[in-house]
Write a protein that binds this ligand. Sequence first.
Ligand SMILES: Cc1cc2nc3c(=O)[nH]c(=O)nc-3n(C[C@H](O)[C@H](O)[C@H](O)COP(=O)(O)OP(=O)(O)OC[C@H]3O[C@@H](n4cnc5c(N)ncnc54)[C@H](O)[C@@H]3O)c2cc1C
Length: 408
Amino acid sequence: MTTADGTPNVAEKFREFSLPSTPPPTDYYLVDELLKPQEREVRDKVRSWVDREVIPIAGKYWDRAEFPFEIIPKLRELNLTGGPIRGYGSPGLSLVGAGLVAQELARGDASITTFYGVHSGLAMGAIAILGSKEQRERWLPSMARLEKIGAFALTEPTHGSDSIGLETTARRDGTSWVLRGAKKWIGNASFADLIVVWARDESGEVGGFVVEKGTPGYSAVVIEGKIAKRAVWQAEVTLDDVRIPLENRLEKARVFRDTAKVLTATRYAVAWEAIGHATAAYEYALAYTKERKQFGKPLVSFQLVQDKLVRMLGEIVNMQLLCLRLSQLMDERKATQGMASLAKMINCQKARDVVGNARDLLGGNGILLEYHVARHFADMEVVFTYEGTDHMQMLVVGKEICGVSAFK
Ligand SMILES: Cc1cc2nc3c(=O)[nH]c(=O)nc-3n(C[C@H](O)[C@H](O)[C@H](O)COP(=O)(O)OP(=O)(O)OC[C@H]3O[C@@H](n4cnc5c(N)ncnc54)[C@H](O)[C@@H]3O)c2cc1C
């Protein structure tokens, strides 16, 4: 590799560089090689589980707007619930590993991803981050076994992006907290066993209050008529003087900034979800355009089609690298709130483009559920909006780089 005087032999180096290789279709930059063996193992386990258990049933449940309860015991077998939580029956994954779980679930189906994300990420995450040791011991193990299902009730009918303005109240009365108010868009809330409700106490500060299934005054009505994530249920929740024991207030949830900690800790997973949707849509589109002929030739032989496919792959590579780096930084506790927001924003923008292009490349079949792309196309709209809209993520990053907040 070096000449007699010790300098690198450029011709030799070039030959080495141009050795032919065949990267896997979607992992174009061999990101796989940057993963730790355990992360790869988790990714492969979820991937084959999704191929077997999720993809064959996803379209049917989406079409009927029915939640696939049959998936809960099968999810239990994966033993991954709680993701990065250490102990209490959860596997203590790295954040890269937990992100890969979100990516692979989303590659299969967005509704199951959201069911799982709300339970394992938001509800269990809130208890793990903000609960006392007793509260974690009381609730997390049965949630990790998926025996008790969680929900996370923050958004209200009149407070979405400005959830900081929430109006639900928690009044102390003897040995109880009494909750009163309304919530909207609450995933799993119509059947959950434990609902983490965010409410304002008498001092005006926001706390997290765990409402257990069957508590009088709690009601949840499933929102109908959705055009995306149809197989997972969100509900409008009414809290009509719901009385819970004092010890059901999450001990470390004292101000809204604590609520935001949970959202920041789970936001990275949404960025990984976006990769899952983009990957699925791209792979379906690539396979379809290789097969489908027009003007006597496969669609992939047309330059305009190649242009789209190459751009889609380029976006996916960018998304993969961004998520990997963000999650590594989070694992090392070096990531800021803005970094998580930027990844959510950028990945959702890119994935929205990719699923849109995939839908186009399938022509009319792009709107049929049996070809899968339509589902990813519609579902990506929710990913773009929930856990903080595109605008709100942008304003979080704006605040960090400009030093001025454009919102309250
Ligand atoms: C399918 C689904 C599942 C969900 N699951 C849950 C759940 O389990 N728990 C939960 O608590 N919530 C949940 N949500 C709620 C979700 O987080 C909110 O929908 C989201 O935060 C946006 O709030 P909003 O819908 O009220 O929209 P709005 O806040 O009304 O926003 C409407 C538009 O105005 C823009 N906007 C708002 N404020 C500003 C501003 N200051 N500057 C610029 N633009 C602005 C937004 O970016 C957006 O484009 C879910 C939502 C959906 C659709």
